[in-house]
Design a protein around this ligand. Structure first.
Ligand SMILES: CC(C)(COP(=O)(O)OP(=O)(O)OC[C@H]1O[C@@H](n2cnc3c(N)ncnc32)[C@H](O)[C@@H]1OP(=O)(O)O)[C@@H](O)C(=O)NCCC(=O)NCCS
Length: 419
């Protein structure tokens, strides 16, 4: 019997959402509160909710769902500030009673086929566990700094920061969706995922009671320059105290700033709440302005982890969609076990920042898997460093550097919120 025999892929209509959510709770280890149901429905792109269903009684009860996934139809900023149609894979989980039967593999193939049919040439995701997705051609496209910043951390002065004003409010889809989307649309950092809209609203407003663990509901800080929003952050606090000492925490989720002064004003605010000793954040790029503005970088406890996993689904279209720093002419031999249309030998020729990607019979300069090209796509990883690590094979001396310099981004890529 084939590993994944006895199951079939199905769409999940609204009336089956409770079954969908049941598998999610089994897979992600948690019991949701009844009152949170609508929050999850609103955040789920129901028209793109998919599952694998049992068809053979030897596998379970026929008609029940064993694995689920969904994807957001979105756009991602790529080097040069352009946008590429992108599928944001999310909600992927397999019921523990059906693990290791190839269901994730079946669902990923289903996702790839449907995304390609919709014209989405790139798939991106956040991984619960880092080792899972490389086997499917995803490369770690960006990294993020998780940081704990002490209250009142000193910063180098930035002109104009003092003149900006800050509004602190309870985060509300009705009041803040257009404001946040408008600000985010002006962020030019590669990896910025513009919107992830569920059935009811943008998924960034998800706020289930069961996930708060004593924290407040999400709040939003909005920095303004004479009434014009120039930065925002979602945050929430948790009061803690022992032996008369208050050491509460502030958690920052998504944030973005349009100017250096706005970034400084935002972080001065987020690191100076009464009764809060530590501000915890992720979604900081490895070169985030905050990290340069802090006077004592070692005063911040930090760790660098994977951020966005990127998978080129249509290699020539995705490569042509971004801009390049330098001209290059490199022949790349690609392996791609899961999307065979990408496998083979390609000439990547860049002139004036634009790439033309064509099939060729010429001998390859470089050999790699699609995950390595995907890892370099947003410009945060150098192709030469992958060659130095022995992951990319260089047949013509200097070609890994040629492609590296063409593909690199002057600013580190980052998706500033997880969907
Ligand atoms: C991770 C998960 C989706 C895997 O589903 P699955 O149906 O068991 O996966 P498959 O049977 O298709 O496995 C495909 C391959 O991935 C490997 N794999 C599966 N889970 C893995 C993990 N957690 N870490 C590393 N490798 C893993 C399998 O060993 C298999 O390798 P093989 O092809 O060499 O045999 C499932 O275990 C799960 O739902 N876990 C909890 C939720 C979660 O982590 N979801 C991912 C969210 S980002």
């Amino acid at each position: 019997m084939k590993k994944s025999a006895g199951y079939r892929s199905v769409s999940v209509p609204e009336e089956r959402l409770d079954e969908f959510f049941d598998v999610v709770q089994w897979a992600f280890v948690g019991e949701w509160l009844r009152e949170d149901r609508q929050d999850y429905v609103d955040a789920l792109p129901v028209e793109r909710a998919r599952a694998v269903e049992v068809t053979d009684e030897h596998r379970g009860t026929p008609g029940t769902l064993a694995g689920v996934h969904a994807s957001f139809g979105t756009e991602m900023v790529v080097p040069g500030g352009r946008r590429v149609p992108t599928a944001g894979l999310s909600w992927l989980g397999v019921h523990p009673g059906h693990r290791r039967r190839g269901l994730m593999t079946t669902m990923i193939h289903d996702h790839f086929e449907r995304s390609l049919a919709r014209g989405e040439s790139v798939s991106v995701l956040y991984a619960m566990e880092a080792p899972i997705y490389a086997r499917f051609g995803y490369g770690m496209g960006s990294q993020t700094v998780k940081a704990e910043i002490p209250r009142g951390a000193k910063m180098w002065d930035v002109d104009g920061a003092d003149e900006l004003t800050v509004r602190l409010e309870r985060a509300s889809f009705e009041r803040h969706d257009a404001l946040v989307a408008g600000l985010q649309a002006r962020l030019s950092r590669p990896g910025t995922v513009l919107n992830a809209v569920g059935s009811g609203r943008n998924a960034r407003f998800t706020d289930p009671v069961g996930n708060r663990r004593g924290m407040e509901k999400w709040r939003i800080a909005i920095v303004e320059d004479r009434g014009e929003p120039v930065a925002y952050a979602f945050f929430r606090r948790h009061a803690r105290s022992s032996v008369g000492i208050h050491d509460g925490v502030c958690q920052v989720r998504e944030h973005g700033s349009l100017t250096p002064a706005a970034a400084q004003r935002l972080w001065q605010t987020l690191t100076d709440f009464d009764l809060v000793e530590t501000t915890m954040t992720e979604n900081l790029a490895t070169d985030d302005p905050l990290l340069h503005q802090l006077k004592d970088p070692r005063g911040v406890r930090s760790k660098v982890i994977d951020n966005l996993w990127v998978r080129l689904l249509d290699v020539p279209t995705a490569l042509a969609a971004r801009e390049y720093m330098r001209d290059c002419d490199v022949v790349v031999q690609l392996t791609d076990k899961h999307v065979p249309a990408n496998a083979g030998t390609w000439r990547i020729a860049v002139t004036g920042g634009e790439a033309t990607v064509t099939r060729t019979d010429d001998a390859p300069d470089l050999t790699m898997d699609v995950r390595h090209l995907s890892q370099c796509y947003l410009g945060g990883t150098s192709m030469e460093s992958l060659a130095a690590a022995g992951l990319v094979r260089e047949h013509t001396a200097g070609r890994a550097r040629e492609l590296a310099v063409a593909m690199l981004s002057p600013v580190a890529p980052l998706a500033n919120w997880d969907f």
